[in-house]
Design a binder for this molecule. Structure first.
Ligand code: FES
Length: 385
C-alpha cells in the first residue's frame, strides 16, 4: 500500500486528482504490464545456465534425450559465449534497458490512461532471471486484477514470443492466477510509434555521412535468423520483419537501396539467409563503401548489436574495405520509443482485444501441444471467440 501511495505522488496532476478523489480503502491495484523477452545473461556466471535453459526449452525444439544434449551443448558453447559477453562489458544490458523502458512507459501510461492507472511494469524473461515465476509472484503480491502481456519482440515468432506465452500460460495455472483479466500484445511490427523510433535512428546515422557518401549509402536491415525448419513450419517472423522494413523505408521516402539480411546463425543446420557476414564481405568486394546496418528486430542493445554488429561484422567490413560502416543505435530508452510503448499499451487497453487475430492461427506445421493449450487458454478470456 505504501508503495502505491508513493507512486501516486509522482503522477500528473489529472491522475493525482482522479486518485485523490478515491477513498484510500478502495484504491485499486496496479494495471500490470508484463514485459516478456528471452533475456540475456547479466553476468558471465549466468552464461552457462542461460544456454542450458535455452536448449532445454521444449516449446522451441524437441530433441531425443534433450536434457543430456542441452547440458552437453551448453557446456561446450559456454567458454566462447562468455568471451563474447566479456567483450561487451561482462554481461547483457537487456535487464537494465527493459527496466528503464518499463519505468518510462508506466509514467507515460498513467498520464495517457488515468482511468486504468496506476500502471506497473513487471519483467518475465524466458531463460534468465527474472523468470516468469518471479513476475507472477510479484503481481500476486500486488493484488493485480488486470494484466497486459507485452512482448518485447515487435515481430512475432513461435521461437520467442510463442515460447514466452506457453511458459506464461503454465505459470498462470500453476499459480492459480486465472482470475486475473489477461490480454496480450503479441506483435506490433508496423506500429507507427515503433516505425517512427526506428526511422529516426536510421536518419541520424545517415546524417553522419557527407552528402557525397549518402548518395552511395546502402541500408542493411539485420534481424536474428531462424533455422529453416522453423520457417518451413510456417512461422510468421520473416514476413513481419519484412513489413517493419517496408514501413521504415516508406518513411525514409524510399530514397536508399536496402536489403533485409539475417544474423546469428549457429550449427550445421540451414538457416534463413542471406547471412549478414556474407553480405558484408560480398558488398565489400563489390566496392560498396557506405553501409548502415539497422537492428530492426531488437528493441535494446545486447550481444547481437554490441558484439556481432559492432565487433564481429564491423571487423569483417573493415577487412572488406568498407570505410563507411555504421550501426543505427538500438532503441533502448529513447523517448520516442518509450512513448511508442505507452501508446501501444494504451491503444490495446482501449481496444478490448485479448490477443491478435493472427495469434489464434497456429503454424501449419506445428506439432507442439503447448501451442494449442495456450491458444485455448486465451480464447477462454475472449468474448469474440
Ligand atoms: Fe507455431 Fe506452434 S510452432 S504455433
Amino acid at each position: 500500500m505504501l508503495h502505491t501511495i508513493l507512486r501516486q505522488s509522482t503522477k500528473c496532476r489529472s491522475t493525482f486528482l482522479t486518485m485523490a478523489a478515491r477513498p484510500m480503502s478502495t484504491q485499486r491495484p496496479p494495471t500490470a504490464v508484463l514485459l516478456t523477452n528471452m533475456g540475456g545473461p547479466e553476468t558471465l556466471d549466468d552464461v552457462h545456465d542461460f544456454l542450458l535453459n535455452l536448449f532445454t526449452d521444449r516449446d522451441i525444439m524437441k530433441l531425443p534425450f534433450q536434457p543430456a544434449i542441452a547440458k552437453w551443448i551448453a557446456k561446450r558453447r559456454t567458454p566462447s559465449i562468455r568471451e563474447q559477453y566479456d567483450s561487451i562489458g561482462g554481461g547483457s544490458p537487456i535487464l537494465k534497458w527493459t527496466r528503464k523502458q518499463g519505468q518510462a512507459m508506466e509514467k507515460l501510461l498513467d498520464e495517457l490512461s488515468p482511468e486504468t492507472a496506476p500502471h506497473k511494469h513487471y519483467i518475465a524473461f524466458r531463460y534468465v532471471k527474472p523468470f516468469t515465476q518471479h513476475a507472477l509472484e510479484e503481481m500476486k503480491a500486488d493484488g493485480v486484477e488486470r494484466a497486459v502481456v507485452f512482448t518485447q519482440y515487435p515481430q512475432y515468432s513461435c521461437s520467442t514470443t510463442g515460447s514466452s506465452m506457453n511458459e506464461l500460460q503454465r505459470g498462470i495455472v500453476a499459480n492459480g492466477m486465472e482470475n486475473v483479466k489477461w490480454s496480450v500484445i503479441d506483435r506490433w511490427p508496423t506500429h507507427p510509434g515503433f516505425i517512427e523510433a526506428m526511422t529516426t535512428k536510421v536518419e541520424r546515422k545517415l546524417a553522419e555521412y557527407t552528402p557525397e557518401q549518402r548518395k552511395d549509402a546502402i541500408i542493411l536491415f539485420s534481424a536474428h535468423s531462424l533455422p529453416m525448419s522453423v520457417i518451413n513450419r510456417g512461422d510468421t517472423y520473416p514476413a513481419e520483419v519484412a513489413s517493419s522494413v517496408d514501413h521504415v523505408m516508406k518513411r525514409l521516402g524510399n530514397q536508399y537501396p536496402y536489403r533485409l539480411i539475417w544474423q546469428s546463425q549457429v550449427g550445421p543446420q540451414p538457416w534463413l539467409g542471406p547471412q549478414t557476414a556474407d553480405v558484408v564481405k560480398n558488398y565489400g568486394e563489390a566496392g560498396k563503401k557506405n553501409l548502415v546496418v539497422v537492428p530492426i528486430a531488437f528493441t535494446s542493445d545486447h550481444i547481437e548489436t554490441l558484439f556481432e554488429l559492432d565487433q564481429e561484422y564491423a571487423e569483417e567490413a573493415e577487412k572488406a574495405g568498407i570505410t563507411g560502416w555504421k550501426r543505427a543505435e538500438a532503441l533502448n530508452d529513447d523517448p520516442i520509443f518509450t512513448k511508442a510503448m505507452a501508446t501501444i499499451v494504451h491503444e490495446h487497453l482501449q481496444s478490448g482485444q485479448v490477443v491478435s487475430r493472427q495469434y489464434y492461427l497456429r503454424c501449419p506445421g506445428c506439432t507442439f501441444d503447448s501451442c494449442g493449450t495456450t491458444r485455448n487458454f486465451f480464447k477462454s478470456y475472449d468474448p469474440q471467440q
